[in-house]
Design a binder for this molecule. Structure first.
Ligand code: DPP
Ligand code: ZN
Length: 855
């Protein structure tokens, strides 16, 4: 397979003035007729061949200006077709083609495919070329008109509806767009309608389309959409620009959701929710993803990417915007902690392993392999840093300029940084490294205190360095915004949050006129995505846990204590730290603290996180010991805090009717966090009661998890399955819970049994992820010394690959941490990866991933 390089970018030689498509839908033989008006692109002077992407298409006819293209002038390959320059008219011309495609045979779920009897599409990144011949690249933008012919009751495409009759419907999208934003849906669907009036008075018809039977689970998604539309007007001044906005829920979907212009297509798990079927986490994700896809209308659609290397231009910014939205809708501090947990669990892990790449990569083989935590989550962190550096006003001015200057453009990271430079007068050349350099910087800090007559001077000296990543040995220093606050020993804040701007490899910052030596709260709000390497006495963490005014650092201090004690339990067989447990007890009892925040504090660091921490400090992580230590710590916490935990469990019980809002969800999260700890003492007694009595999925699923861990879940699992057998999303949970909470030694065995279950419809991406993702999430189970889980997992990657390469490639990241472990485990993983690599006809997706993971 060929490697594509950013440095090779060239504009497409033609412009597309207009696209007209007609679809004659048929499961095995859909006909697609295209009429595409081409003209020369002045940015690429000279005469050029016409190259159109196309894969798995049966070409039936091709004409230029009404005349069939002579066979001698046409070359068709697996990747597309070329019409020789000499066969093209000098001026603008009309390309007309008819192709036949097979939606039902499309198991890769890219292009036009079928899901549960409905037709749907997924074109990002390069799926449109599986629909018809076209310059399938994001810098080619055009207005589309689409006619759909079928006997299905609902037929949707992008833009506004312009006509419909018996067996047909027509849609027109006036906004020029790249082909990856094309969408078509047809099926027997029902809708939840609503209405939104934009601030300039445009009346927009909103619809959520689902299969009959799912209509009663759409209200929360609709509510989230309306709040998103309002928020984007209020916060970014961005208004919606069509007369309709449609969302469709699809059961078979590779990603979370897709921002197609005016016709968002969603994985049904990110639309459908009711208290009985969805957890609070599901509700929060639905709200966030509905917002994310809606926000793409401006950051992604109106302003798109010049090429796929710029993917973080739209994704980083849109994630940043959806994070802001969730903070505004819920709790800012809680959202920040959740985002940092995700960043560390997924992006830091990626950045420290063989798959590390910059937010803007400079080469790839398969772009689908770059929809990563680095592009998305780190892309958002980089914008958070920019905002911190230029301030809220500077950020607002830069964004206004971005929308003004680039509306209708296919833009680059350079364009993005230039608006910040022009709006604020700053030079961002060094800052740009965050986009081009991979790896997570390590930040160490030394403190100095010099008493004096006019007050003392406190000096913080920071040193940054970034370890090498694949293909990037040397990492020059970056701009790092370090938010710092200083506290007096009595707990008062003497220096409120100040952003220090570090630009050198080593740099000192002084604070003068202090009455006494302060305690420093560093990297407040997690002001930069770095690893802070700082060994401070446990007493100082305990002090910050009690007194820090910055909620993120308060949580972080507790986190540091938890990790400290866990590392010592693993590495030195030390007992659980009584100081940590006492500090946790004080926090638990502090009713002034948001329950959601307290729940986050009660959650112990994940086993994978500990493995990374141990590896970082030069130790070889032993998954079994890590698992045992975490269990021991949970038991010790439960024993020491049994009474307050039990009281909290009772106090946080739901009183009134279910509400998905942040306050009610926070109480439930504290309740189930207490339950998970108490479960170590009561052997599942409370969980059994809660499982029977729960009125919402958050509590029922948490109770089921506890019963599985307590080894007494057989009846509950059967009852759960029985009750929800017809709900695919709930059955996904049934699969995941059993594998995630299986005892490590049995995890592969449990996964094997579940894979043989009649409901294991592995061609459905959600179901495959439920089982295999669940196994990978069981750290000690996945890394069981027998290698059974590795083998099982690799077998499934090989089975999935020919059917759905995107899913196989994505799941392969479970192996990205293999170099951390001992020689025996490394040999086992290597053997599996080599076995995959040696398999004939591997997809481009999975072969690129295995090659990179093997290094
Ligand atoms: N562009 C989609 C999203 O992140 C993913 N295909 O919203
Ligand atoms: Zn996105």
């Amino acid at each position: 397979p060929q490697t594509i390089h950013l440095a090779d970018y060239q504009p497409y030689p033609f412009r597309v003035a207009r696209v007209e498509l007609t679809f004659r839908l048929s499961p095995r033989a859909t006909r697609v007729l295209s009429r595409i008006a081409f003209a020369a692109n002045p940015d690429r002077p000279g005469r050029h061949d016409l190259f159109l992407h196309g894969e798995r298409l049966r070409l039936l006819s091709a004409r230029i200006d009404g005349t069939p293209v002579p066979a001698a002038a046409l070359v068709v390959t697996d990747e597309g077709l070329t019409v020789a320059a000499h066969a093209l008219p000098e001026g603008p011309f009309l390309w007309e083609a008819e192709v036949e495609i097979d939606p039902e045979g499309n198991t890769a779920l890219e292009g036009l495919y079928m899901s549960g009897g409905m037709y749907c599409t997924q074109c990002e990144a390069e799926g449109f070329r599986k629909i018809t011949y076209y310059p399938d690249r994001p810098d080619v933008m055009a207005p589309f008109r689409v006619r759909i012919e079928s006997d299905l009751p609902v037929m949707l495409s992008n833009g506004n509806p312009v006509g419909a009759g018996a067996g047909w419907a027509e849609w027109d999208d006036p906004w020029p767009k790249p082909a990856y934003l094309f969408a078509l849906v047809a099926g027997n669907l029902v809708n939840l309608p609503d209405r939104f009036t934009t601030r300039s008075g445009r009346k927009v018809d909103l619809n959520i389309w689902v299969r009959p039977g799912d209509l009663d689970r759409c209200a929360f998604a609709m509510d989230s959409l309306i709040r998103s539309m309002k928020w984007d007007e209020d916060t970014y001044g961005r208004e919606y620009d069509l007369d309709v906005f449609n969302i469709v829920a699809v059961d078979d979907f590779n990603m979370g959701a897709m921002e197609n212009k005016g016709l968002n297509i969603f994985n049904s798990k990110l639309v459908l929710a009711s208290p009985e079927t969805a957890t609070d986490l599901d509700f929060e994700r639905i709200e966030g993803v509905i917002a994310h896809e809606y926000f793409h209308n401006w950051t992604g659609n109106r302003i798109t990417c010049r090429d796929w290397f710029q993917l973080c231009l739209k994704e980083g910014l849109t994630v940043f915007r959806d994070q802001q939205f969730t903070s505004d809708m819920r709790s800012g501090p809680v959202k920040r902690i959740e985002d940092v947990l995700t960043l560390r669990a997924r992006q830091f892990r990626e950045d420290m392993g063989p798959l590390a790449h910059p937010p803007r990569p400079s080469s790839f083989v398969e772009i689908n392999n770059f929809y990563t935590a680095t592009v998305y989550e780190k892309g958002a962190e980089v914008i958070g840093m920019l905002k911190r550096l230029v301030g809220d006003d500077g950020y607002a001015r830069a964004l206004d300029l971005y929308f003004d200057r680039h509306d209708g453009d296919a833009a680059t990271i350079e364009d993005w940084l230039k608006v910040f430079e022009d709006a604020t007068g700053r030079d961002l050349s060094q800052f740009r490294r965050w986009y081009t350099d991979a790896g997570t910087p390590r930040l160490s800090v030394a403190e100095d205190w010099a008493p004096g007559d006019q007050g003392g001077t406190f000096t913080l000296t920071f040193t940054q360095s970034t370890p090498p990543t694949p293909g990037q040995e040397v990492k020059p220093p970056r701009v790092i915004p370090i938010a710092v606050g200083l506290l007096n020993p009595n707990g008062d804040e003497v220096v409120p949050t100040t952003v220090l701007e570090m630009t050198e490899a080593t740099q000192s910052f002084r604070f003068d006129g202090l009455a006494s030596r302060p305690v420093a709260s560093i990297l407040r709000g997690f002001s930069a995505p770095v690893v802070l390497e700082r060994s401070v006495p446990a007493a100082e963490h305990a002090f910050l846990l009690a007194h820090d005014t910055d909620p993120f650092n308060r949580w972080e201090a507790g986190r540091a204590l938890a990790k400290d004690t866990l590392v010592r339990m693993v590495a030195e067989d030390a007992p659980a730290s009584p100081d940590y447990i006492a500090a946790l007890g004080r926090l638990l009892a502090d009713d002034a603290l948001d329950p959601a925040f307290r729940a986050l504090c009660l959650r112990l660091p994940a086993e994978d996180d500990l493995a990374q921490t141990l590896a970082d400090t030069g130790r070889t992580p032993d998954p079994d010991r890590i698992h045992a230590a975490r269990e021991d710590l949970a038991r010790a916490v439960a024993q020491a805090l049994e009474r307050p935990l039990a009281a909290t469990f009772e106090a946080m019980a739901d009183g009134g009717p279910f509400s998905p809002d942040a306050a009610a969800a926070g109480r439930r999260s504290l309740r189930v966090a207490a339950l998970a700890l108490l479960n170590h003492l009561d052997g599942g007694a409370r969980a059994a009661d809660l499982f029977d009595g729960a009125t919402n999925m958050t509590e029922r699923a948490a109770a089921l998890a506890c019963l599985i861990e307590a080894g007494r879940a057989a009846e509950a699992l059967a009852a759960f399955h029985d009750r929800w057998r017809n709900n695919r999303l709930v059955i996904d949970k049934w699969f995941t819970l059993q594998v995630v909470h299986a005892a490590p030694a049995h995890a592969a065995g449990v996964a094997g049994q579940l894979a043989a279950h009649a409901d294991f419809d592995w061609r459905n991406p959600n179901r495959a992820r439920a089982l295999l993702g669940g196994l990978a999430a069981n750290h000690a189970g996945f890394h069981d010394a027998s290698g059974a889980a590795y083998r099982f997992y690799a077998d499934w990657l090989l089975r999935l690959d020919p059917v759905n390469p995107q899913i196989a490639a994505r799941l392969s990241t479970a192996f990205e941490t293999w170099a951390r472990y001992d020689a025996d485990r490394r040999a086992l993983v290597r053997a599996e990866l080599e076995r995959i690599r040696a398999t004939p006809d591997l997809s481009r997706d999975l072969s690129e991933m295995t090659a990179r993971i093997l290094g």
